[in-house]
Write a protein that binds this ligand. Sequence first.
Ligand code: NAD
Length: 355
Amino acid sequence: MTIPGFTYEALPGRVVFGRGTLSQLADEVNQAGAARALVITTAPQAGTANTIAKSLGDLAIGSYPKAVMHSPVQVTDEAMVYLQEAKVDCLVAVGGGSAIGLAKALAYRTELPQIAIPTTYAGSEMTPILGQTEDGLKTTVRSSSILPETVLYDVDLTLTLPKAMSITSGLNAMAHAVEALYAENRNPVISMMAEEGIRSLFRALPAIHADPSDTDARTQALYGAWLCGAALGSVGMALHHKLCHTVGGTWNLPHAETHTIILPHATAFNAQACERLDALGREIAGQSLATALYDLAQSCGVPLALKDIGMPEDGLARAAQLAVARPYYNPKPFTETHIAKLLDDAFHGRRPGGN
Ligand code: NAD
């Protein structure tokens, strides 16, 4: 086997993984040298954040349940005022990408240490990337101060993630790993993690669909999500993430569902330029990776068509134009016509041809 040249740069970060790991949070706050931690989350998880803050006793000053999707700059501005008045010295984010996003935005401005406690499979906790919105525009920044120093994965906290969201969030994680396999700066270490992440989630999601309280399946899924998040943080993404960013951002579509719907189509398109995708598909499901992902989503009853999650049909041509407006890397070159066809298939929820 030939091994092409590569550059591998390891990201720093401490990962604590398991069931009941939340009991180690106080040790982690101590280890960060902090004594005034703030527990950040979104409104629906306010109760969880409050309980966690109370469990920290004197190490926490309380909870802040005001994070929202896409990290609007205005929300960060308001949180900054609170942070300074309360003399916070450590950011503890509990929740999905939205809660972790606010902590990252605050760490970017203050360099405060972060402990991320992810409760979805989105993977943001493993990346030095912050996406934020201002005046309706989403911009992305990358900085070492954005990467959480510690990530505490507690499987028990994922048991309440609703069934449908567990599936779409898991497919969101797999999208990072699929694109890592053909990233321009891919390397063998991250590719191993990406493949194992896909295998793990492929096994776990049908079991979670059958029984969301299956702790073995939840453990597999969170493990896979960690691997996929690490891939997202380490190598560049391509067509799939660009398309999700474009349609999700412009038409305000739900994040994980958008990834779920577009992924089989982007995978089918790029499989022609990356043999590894279908080799993996055959290994895990005896078919192309694109159809395996589509069939997985279909069997778990999650949306398959952009038309079912709020995408207007008259926006498709504009989306294709936006997606090709600025050049970026993709393993298979494409034109606006290719993208229009891909988006039309995703809009109607057709099963990809596979190969
Ligand atoms: P989310 O964080 O918005 O969570 C969705 C909903 O699920 C919220 O209401 C939340 O409170 C609830 N929830 C989360 N975990 C739960 C649990 N265990 N039990 C019950 N309810 C729970 O959704 P997400 O998909 O995790 O994150 C999406 C956001 O993350 C987007 O803004 C996206 O851009 C960002 N993101 C960023 C990166 C990055 O590297 N910068 C990576 C992935 C996602």
